[in-house]
Design a protein around this ligand. Structure first.
Ligand code: NAP
Length: 287
């Protein structure tokens, strides 16, 4: 299939690479051209100078950029992807953004005969590199069926959750569940250290019981060591929690712990941890 990929960051670079490795005809666009050059040095494919140029002739255009306004920038206007896409094609957005921007861009795409899927991912940098992402999709079932074989190149679970916006809403649930859990893990580990226990031994033991979690298995030991250089940055997490809280104001859900953890992450940012990974919540407990 002829496809385009917009945004070759921590996530997009390996995702686009899997598409090329599985034999898709890939054209990439990245705002900073050097990264696109690096991508073509490593993978089979072409570089375009704009999102529109990348999108011309593509059956599906993928994007994985930063936040709401970045998705608008790569889709709208004379250099945006929508201007280059033909009727009957699909735009699939892997950015973690609001459900609102998904609905707004789906309406605009629809006016051009283009289907829009919001398709945020979970699984982090390693999930992207190892093609083991969870992809949560909102949109039209026929468009989902057309894009899914390509998304299967980097997703181990690619699921249609409902109409446009449902993918982003599911990702919000994912982030809400993670926020409190990481704080609980941080408190437990900081407590173990103050109690004079062997933190690694504690982890080995309790990871076999009811306290076990992905965060405990994958981040527990590095949290004890104070190493926070694993992919998903605190800046991104605050962006995501902001999206969750804005949605909760609309739908009436209560997110008291999420709001508190957001403030804890603000403290981590102030301590210089904007690009630290999200397990750095433990840092503020050690002062
Ligand atoms: P990243 O490394 O900062 O990459 C972002 C990419 O988007 C870069 O290629 C950047 O181009 C491009 N971009 C940003 N704004 C743009 C704009 N206005 N116009 C054109 N290009 C733009 O970020 P990432 O870690 O890959 O994350 C991307 C998205 O996935 C975010 O929404 C994030 O929340 C989500 N996500 C990330 C992870 C993770 O573990 N990293 C996990 C799940 C979901 P430049 O090269 O020019 O900066």
């Amino acid at each position: 299939m002829k496809v385009a990929f917009l945004g070759l960051g921590v996530m997009g670079f390996p995702m686009a690479g899997h598409l090329a490795a599985k034999g898709h005809d890939v054209t990439v666009f990245n705002r900073t051209a050097a990264k696109a050059k690096l991508w073509t040095a490593k993978h089979q494919g072409r570089v375009a100078a704009t999102a529109r140029e990348a999108a011309v002739g593509a059956a599906v255009v993928f994007a994985c950029v930063g936040a709401d306004n970045d998705v608008r920038q790569v889709t709208q206007g004379p250099d945006g992807a929508f201007a280059g896409m033909a009727r009957g094609t699909v735009f699939a957005d892997h950015t973690t953004a609001s459900a609102e921007v998904a609905r707004e861009l789906a309406a605009e795409a629809g006016a051009h005969g283009i289907a829009f899927l919001d398709a945020p991912v979970s699984g982090g940098q390693t999930g992207a590199e190892n093609a083991r992402l969870t992809v949560m999709v909102g949109g039209d079932p026929a468009a989902f069926d057309r894009a899914k074989p390509a998304m299967d190149c980097y997703g181990r679970a690619v699921t249609l959750m409902g109409p446009v916006g449902a993918g982003q809403l599911t990702k919000m649930v994912n982030q809400i569940c993670i926020a409190g859990l990481v704080q609980g893990l941080a408190e437990g580990l900081a407590f173990a250290q103050r109690a004079g226990l062997d933190g690694e031994l504690v982890l080995d033991v309790i990871a076999k019981g009811a306290a076990q979690s992905w965060q405990m298995e994958n981040r527990g030991k590095t949290m004890l060591a104070g190493t926070f250089d694993f992919g998903f940055a605190v800046d991104w997490m605050r962006k995501d929690l902001g999206i969750c809280m804005a949605e909760a104001r609309r739908n009436g859900a209560f997110l008291p712990v999420t709001a508190l953890i957001d403030q804890f992450y603000a403290e981590v940012q102030a301590a210089g941890g904007r690009r630290w990974d999200t397990s750095s919540l433990i840092h503020r407990l050690r002062r």
